[in-house]
Design a protein around this ligand. Structure first.
Ligand code: BGC
Length: 546
């Protein structure tokens, strides 16, 4: 039962979705209030970012209790109600589960770090050593420092791939694995449909007695990923999911080489069902001070490679253009400037909903949200930005670089509240929002777009309806067509149904030759009769029924 192949997934970054009680933080009651909106959008699955309580140093990705809900989000009862209410509308709930590490404030770690004789000591990754000499030179994300921190009471070092507050768990310990399997059972018995498994690629560690090989120095994630026992751990995880038929596992494949991807998601492997792969996203991890949109040729190459590698093994791609860890898709792949914004939002949504694979829409992308504009460092909330800022010390040039990067590609840029209305707090909260809400252009809120037949929101709805009704768009073949430097063009076909999708990925009109010829019907994102001219307008998306 591979229902998830046909599904549209929608990521709710709960904290920024809808606040129901005026504390400035989105919550589960808020998600319930917006279920009708999501149902009308054609959403089949809601992926909820982590709900567990914790110190929120990494905003939910640092839990202290896997069986509870953070008070700012609600209670277990509200989760149950959400599951039930969503189900009534044909929507499943997918939870984000952080299996790779806990918060340092988790009782397991509190006990582990207090004494080597604690039964929890071995649930984390420790190495002996002098306090001034980390066991190896591995580095941590979100800082330029070591991935090891010395713990005085045990006189040993613990490993953390992310911040010092997120100690890595030791999956080689069978009791830990058992505990995590029970966590999964707890949520699956409550009716959730499966999990987005956070950095699942890191569960099994590479041998610790080595330094980072040079080739991985700029991308340590590729070294930390895919350790020797990973597949064994995933098969155990799959066995737990199989106790609840019809549930789904979507793994975050950070650091996984594309060539290895089928080993995780090919159906015969019985591991994951879906996996986020980052070769497209990686094109936009700008190292330079000024962000530049990747060339269309690179984008096409990235999309084509994933599809070819997966389809060769009968595996199914996961299509996404944004999430809570990157800047808005419009800023990275489209043109966020006023004249092009709505059109490029529609084009990107068209790509998401017509490519081969399960699309994942990040909240707000359906209305063409753009990056929040931050002025001062004080407005940022992301620990990654703060650690980089602290690391820059008092060096003015280094600080400016940190700020410039954070403004363009920092994670907070994409974490702004969903704009339900055009008012100053975006209809998100009646209180003080936890993160800056910018003034935005008129027309870029849900309420305004509901009334505008040509809006990105209405286009998204139209396309998700079309997709739902079309076996070719959901599960048909994918064939790429050559169509000039500004145009991305591909066809989807199944039985007698065939669609050609033509996307003008530029600010200029583009002649698309005879790609529009012989169409039985066509649909344009720019509300025009596509047969009327062989040229596509800037950022126009056309779907041609052949
Ligand atoms: C999550 C990030 C988080 C990171 C480390 C990622 O997979 O998506 O938001 O910061 O894990 O915690």
């Amino acid at each position: 039962m591979s229902w998830w192949r046909d599904a549209v997934i929608y990521q709710v970054y709960t904290r920024s979705f809808q606040d129901s009680n005026g504390d400035g933080i989105g919550d589960l009651e808020g998600v319930i209030q917006r279920l009708d909106y999501l149902a009308a959008l054609g959403v089949d699955v809601i992926w909820l970012s982590p709900l567990h309580p914790g110190p929120n140093i990494d905003l939910g990705y640092d839990g202290t209790d896997y069986l509870q809900v953070a008070p700012e989000f609600g209670t277990l009862d509200v989760v149950d109600r959400l599951v039930t209410e969503a189900k009534r509308r044909g929507i499943r709930i997918m939870m984000d589960l952080v299996l790779d590490y806990t918060s340092t404030a988790h009782p397991w770690f509190v006990q582990a770090r207090s004494s080597r004789t604690s039964p929890f000591y071995d649930w984390y990754i420790w190495r002996d050593g002098a306090p001034d000499q980390p066991p190896n030179d591995w580095t941590a994300f979100f800082s330029s420092g070591s991935a090891w921190t010395f713990n005085q009471p045990t006189r040993s070092w613990y490993l953390h791939y992310f911040t010092v507050d997120q100690p890595e768990l030791n999956w080689a310990n069978p009791h830990l694995r058992q505990a995590m399997h029970d966590v999964m059972r707890f949520w699956l018995s409550r009716g959730v449909a499966g999990f987005r498994l956070d950095v699942i690629s890191f569960l099994s560690k590479p041998p610790l007695d080595q330094n980072l090989p040079d080739e991985f120095r700029s991308a340590p994630g590729r070294f930390y990923a895919n350790g020797p026992e990973l597949h064994a751990y995933l098969r155990e995880i799959r066995a737990v999911l199989d106790e609840f038929p019809g549930t789904v596992a979507l793994g975050e494949g950070f650091g996984i080489d594309l060539a290895d991807a089928p080993h995780f998601v090919a159906p015969q492997r019985r591991e994951l069902d879906l996996m986020f792969l980052f070769n497209l996203s990686a094109l936009t991890f700008a190292e330079t001070a000024e962000y530049r949109r990747p060339d269309l040729a690179q984008i096409r190459e990235a999309l084509e490679r994933v599809d070819t590698i997966l389809s060769g093994k009968n595996a199914w791609p996961t299509v996404f253009l944004g999430n809570h860890d990157v800047a808005r898709m419009l800023n990275r792949f489209g043109n966020p400037e006023a004249p092009y914004r709505a059109a490029s939002a529609k084009l990107l949504i068209t790509l998401l909903l017509t490519l081969r694979g399960t699309p994942v829409i990040y909240q707000g992308d359906e209305i063409g949200m753009v990056n929040t504009r931050f002025d001062t460092i004080g407005e940022f909330r992301d620990i990654a930005v703060w650690n980089a800022w602290t690391g820059a010390g008092s060096d003015e040039a280094a600080r400016n670089k940190v700020l410039s990067r954070a403004r363009q590609v920092g994670r907070d840029t994409g974490r702004g509240a969903v704009r339900w209305t055009g008012d100053t707090r975006a209809g998100f909260t009646t209180g003080t929002p936890w993160i800056k809400v910018d003034p935005d252009l008129p027309g870029f809120s849900v309420a305004e777009q509901e009334d505008d037949d040509e809006s990105p929101l209405r286009w998204t709805r139209r396309l998700s309806e079309l997709r739902r009704a079309s076996p070719a768009l959901r599960s048909g073949s994918l064939d790429w067509l050559e169509a000039g430097p500004q145009i991305l063009c591909f066809e989807r076909g199944r039985d007698a149904e065939r669609w050609r999708i033509i996307l003008n990925w530029s600010d200029e009109p583009a002649d698309c030759g005879n790609l529009l010829a012989n169409s039985r019907a066509a649909l344009s994102s720019l509300a025009r009769e596509p047969g009327s001219s062989p040229a596509l307008g800037p950022w126009e998306a056309v779907l041609v029924r052949l």
